[in-house]
Design a protein. Structure first.
Length: 171
């Protein structure tokens, strides 16, 4: 009888080892999507349920809504430098939308200094239109992680948006 119990325990242990077990908490190092053959678009060692990534736009940046809703925007940054870029996008956030605007104004929502930053237009066309605005500023780079308000003036219409606080990371 002792031999039978030992063999049964050994078989059960072997089956668990071969089959494995699912971790319902989702905090194991493997990704259930990867195990099922679905693609995972980036590789870092963290639980995606703990936070959400903002949608990525056509310039591989973070998309945010503007109000009124006939335009949207995207912002990019890099850990290699302090350049922050803002792109004006169409309302569906699918492509850049050139607008007649000489600057985008970004105002920090917290911190000791809430002085606005002005991102000048990059390479406007002969009609003065562009979709890209850029500034190389360490202070702006820090402010972006604390949350900012964004203002884009196109003619007599002012579009506003908000980028919430977030942890710094590369994209």
């Amino acid at each position: 009888m002792r031999c039978f119990s030992f063999c049964l325990a050994l078989v059960a242990l072997g089956l668990l080892t071969v089959a494995g077990c699912d971790n319902p908490a989702g905090n194991n190092k493997t990704n259930n999507k990867a195990a099922s053959g679905e693609k995972h678009d980036h590789d870092h060692d963290h639980d995606h349920a703990a936070h959400e990534h903002a949608a990525h736009g056509p310039n591989d940046g973070h998309v945010f809504k503007l109000s009124p809703a006939d335009l949207s925007a995207e912002w990019t940054h890099s850990s290699a430098n302090d350049i922050i870029k803002v792109f004006v996008l169409d309302k569906d956030s699918k492509s850049n939308q050139a607008v007649k605007c000489d600057k985008v104004v970004i105002t920090p929502m917290s911190g000791n200094d809430t002085t606005p930053f002005e991102l000048p237009a990059v390479a406007p066309n002969p009609n003065g239109e562009t979709a890209e605005f850029m500034l190389d500023s360490k202070q702006l780079n820090v402010a972006m992680t604390l949350g900012v308000k964004v203002e884009v003036k196109v003619g007599d219409k002012t579009y506003t948006g908000e980028i919430p606080p977030h942890a710094p990371h590369d994209h």
